[in-house]
Design a protein around this ligand. Sequence first.
Ligand SMILES: [Zn+2]
Length: 71
Amino acid sequence: MQVQCILCDQVDNIDKNSLLAKRLLNRRIGTYLCTTCHHRIAEKTQKRHETGKFKLYHPEDNNFQCSNESS
Ligand SMILES: [Zn+2]
């Protein structure tokens, strides 16, 4: 079956018997993300977690955090 990525509108063909297809059809998940966007979001989430952790140890040092992001 054909599914469209909600972020980049790429259309993928997935096996309609796959777990992902069943979930989409059952509306257990309402959205489809292509592999590229999925990885991009996973990366962002990971970075946010790292930043969050960092903030915990240095709650006031914003300058240091900025230089960390740009490098
Ligand atoms: Zn996408």
